[in-house]
Design a binder for this molecule. Structure first.
Ligand SMILES: Cc1cc2nc3c(=O)[nH]c(=O)nc-3n(C[C@H](O)[C@H](O)[C@H](O)COP(=O)(O)O)c2cc1C
Length: 294
């Protein structure tokens, strides 16, 4: 099949999946395909249907949360119109391991008529920099450049395989599926109880409301009163990591900067984008701490 047009839909809480999606699209374009990466936060299901209808191949990318998809990615897929055997690739970004991270996405796509032919996992920096014992509070910056180099090589190989038709189906085997389920099943049970984990330190908060604007699922209510989390949290940790004054708490605790910086994307340039554009979006700028790794 001569591949002319590829459209990639991704969700990225803190920048890793955005970065990988861009690497894939750049390689696809270098292979003469017309390719674009679209954040699911900036497109309606109807618009997505339109892009899908005109594409030869469709891609879906997401960060792994406990060997599972983020809830907003599941909801996005659920709202797409059904298609007929559309060639599809699925990829996930993860810190350590997911077992069958790409396959689990394909299990949501298949019932809607997508035909997941390729799957890949990308090891990326950790975005869980929480004040919880045994979890790291930050990333080792000396390792990050190496991680990005390896991820870029993998993205190039994956994109080339999509163009050439070569088979890459990471995480699709039976063994991977069993291992993934070992983590996914208990995490799915625990997840509803985790939706209230985020809170706000009112004494520290400057009311810039960046968190309100950046939340991908409109979970944070601002306005005149105190900030309130509404119980829809998908645990992407964007608000926690990007709060300019670290006033967002997890289980009642703020980030301890003495233990290192939270994760603000693998490189400069990640701009969480919402379907609604806020006129004062640029008022509160965050400062990514890793730069120059394109
Ligand atoms: C709630 C949550 C659960 C996670 N679970 C896993 C996991 O099971 N395995 C893993 O390797 N990484 C896990 N991670 C790390 C992220 O998948 C990883 O850092 C990802 O690349 C973040 O992508 P993003 O920056 O595009 O949001 C988890 C992160 C969060 C916030």
């Amino acid at each position: 099949m001569a591949v002319r047009k590829v459209v990639v839909f991704y969700f990225s809480g803190t920048g890793n999946t955005w970065w990988v999606s861009n690497q894939l699209v750049n390689t696809l374009i270098a292979n003469q395909a017309e390719a674009s990466a679209i954040s699911i936060e900036s497109v309606t299901p109807n618009e997505a249907d339109f892009h899908i209808a005109s594409a030869d191949i469709v891609g879906f990318g997401y960060p792994i949360y406990g060997s599972d998809l983020p809830q907003n990615m599941k909801d996005f897929i659920e709202r797409l119109s059904e298609v007929q055997a559309k060639p599809t690739f699925v990829y996930c970004t993860q810190w350590l391991w997911s077992g069958d991270g790409a396959r689990v996405g394909s299990s949501f796509l298949k019932p809607r008529g997508f035909d997941p032919r390729w799957g890949e996992h990308f090891l990326m920096p950790n975005n869980i920099c929480l004040p919880i014992p045994l979890l790291p509070s930050t990333n080792d910056k000396t390792r990050m450049q190496g991680q990005l180099r390896r991820a870029r090589r993998r993205a190039i190989r994956f994109a080339n395989a999509i163009i050439s038709g070569e088979r890459i189906r990471r995480g699709f085997g039976r063994f991977a599926q069993v291992l993934g389920a070992l983590q996914r099943v208990p995490v799915r049970k625990a997840f509803p109880g985790m939706r209230d984990s985020i809170g706000f330190d009112a004494a520290r908060c400057t009311r810039c409301e960046l968190c309100v604007r950046y939340c991908p699922v409109a979970n944070i209510r601002g306005g005149d009163g105190e900030l309130i989390a509404l119980g829809n949290c998908i645990l992407c940790l964007r608000c926690y990591n990007f709060c300019p004054v670290s006033a967002v708490t997890f289980w009642g605790k703020r980030h301890n900067h003495e233990k290192g910086e939270p994760f603000r994307g693998p490189v400069e340039g990640f701009q969480p984008k919402k379907a609604v554009d806020f006129p004062d979006f640029d008022e509160c700028q965050f400062t990514p701490f890793t730069q120059n790794a394109r």
